[in-house]
Design a protein around this ligand. Structure first.
Ligand SMILES: N[C@@H](CCC[C@H](N)C(=O)O)C(=O)O
Length: 323
């Protein structure tokens, strides 16, 4: 079912027109920076994004400041970030850039790149296919599967602590695995992994394994203490993880630049790598990661060392917004 919905945010001088539940039309054309701006909103397990077809220009049509406004859940469209489909670089199909809801620009977004692949396929009326997407984290390759899921070749994880980046002392070669970090009077065991963007992964605290239901209550106060900890010079995303069995975990996440979200694709990849490095998870098996918004399947290939992530990407609505 679809229906038109119009909201007027008089005090901000913007009119948003949303059309709920309809695939983006092939007639959608990239717009110049003049308002109104055509967008589509998608989500990957509740990690939601405003997608903009920006393939006419390598300069995003929305500034970081405008992104903050349109991501606002009370006064804007609402989203965890704004994602741009930009012209390709080299032999890729397109480029992805993303602004977090605080206006900062991350290198990569796992749920976002599944949404971007679905969005571009919907706009172009393309059959299921694989895309080569240039990102600030390098080449990422999402593939639309016949069952509607999207499988993404996320490339290799970066394990060198200094490159994550973190100033925590390495424990295994140059890698930071189960390193102590004192926060708010407790000692957390932290493993640091980059999927192009930085992640601090935590499976235990004060000698006890993490219990997600307990941790969840503290996430809003604890998350920022990790995000802005001085040992993470580029800030960090933080995942707290509970092991169900060696191929099944539960997690909650505090994202850099977005706060608590319902899912983090790069985080799910990073925590599987961290769990394997800590000897908690089995690399021979695909791992089911239960995020607050639903499950992702993650594998760390022993063949090419790449991480593969499989999960959904769904259209929420299309619309126009005056920025
Ligand atoms: N939700 C994303 C990650 C988005 C970027 C992150 N907030 C950062 O600043 O690194 C995902 O699904 O990976």
């Amino acid at each position: 079912m679809s229906f038109p919905m119009t909201n007027k945010y008089a005090h901000l001088g913007r009119t948003c027109q949303f059309t709920v539940g309809k695939a983006p039309r092939a007639s959608i054309r990239p717009m110049a920076s003049a308002s109104p701006l055509t967008f589509s909103k998608y989500h990957g397990l509740g990690n939601d994004f405003i997608l903009i077809d920006n393939r006419h220009s390598s300069e995003p049509v929305v500034t970081p400041e405008q992104a903050v406004k349109i991501c606002d859940r009370n006064f804007g469209i609402g989203g965890d970030g704004v994602i741009f489909a930009l012209p390709p670089v080299g032999d890729t199909d397109l480029t992805m850039r993303i602004f977090n809801s605080d206006g900062s620009e991350p290198e990569m977004c796992g749920n976002g790149i599944r949404c971007l692949a679905k969005f571009v396929a919907d706009v172009d009326s393309a059959a299921p296919r694989k895309y080569k997407i240039h990102t600030l984290a390098g080449l990422i390759q999402p593939e639309l599967l016949a069952d509607g899921q999207v499988r993404v070749d996320m490339g290799e994880p970066i394990l060198e602590g200094a490159k994550v980046p973190t100033t925590l002392a390495p424990t295994q070669g140059s890698t930071v695995v189960s390193q102590d970090l004192a926060v708010e009077g407790r000692t957390y065991k932290v493993t640091c992994v980059s999927m192009g963007n930085p992640h601090a992964v935590i499976y235990s605290c004060d000698g006890n394994t993490i219990k997600i239901d307990d941790l969840d209550k503290e996430l809003a106060t604890l998350g920022p203490k990790f995000e802005r900890n001085t040992v993470f010079p580029a800030r960090t995303n933080t995942e707290f993880v509970e092991v169900v069995n060696p191929s099944h975990v539960r997690m909650v996440v505090w994202e850099r630049g977005a706060g608590r979200t319902l899912a983090c694709g790069t985080g799910a990849c990073a925590l599987v790598v961290a769990g394997i490095l800590e000897g908690r998870l089995d690399r021979e098996r695909t791992c089911r990661v239960d995020l607050p918004g639903g499950p992702l399947q993650i594998e760390w290939s022993t063949v090419d060392n790449h991480i593969y992530m499989t999960g959904p990407a769904e259209l929420v609505f299309n619309g126009t917004v005056r920025t």
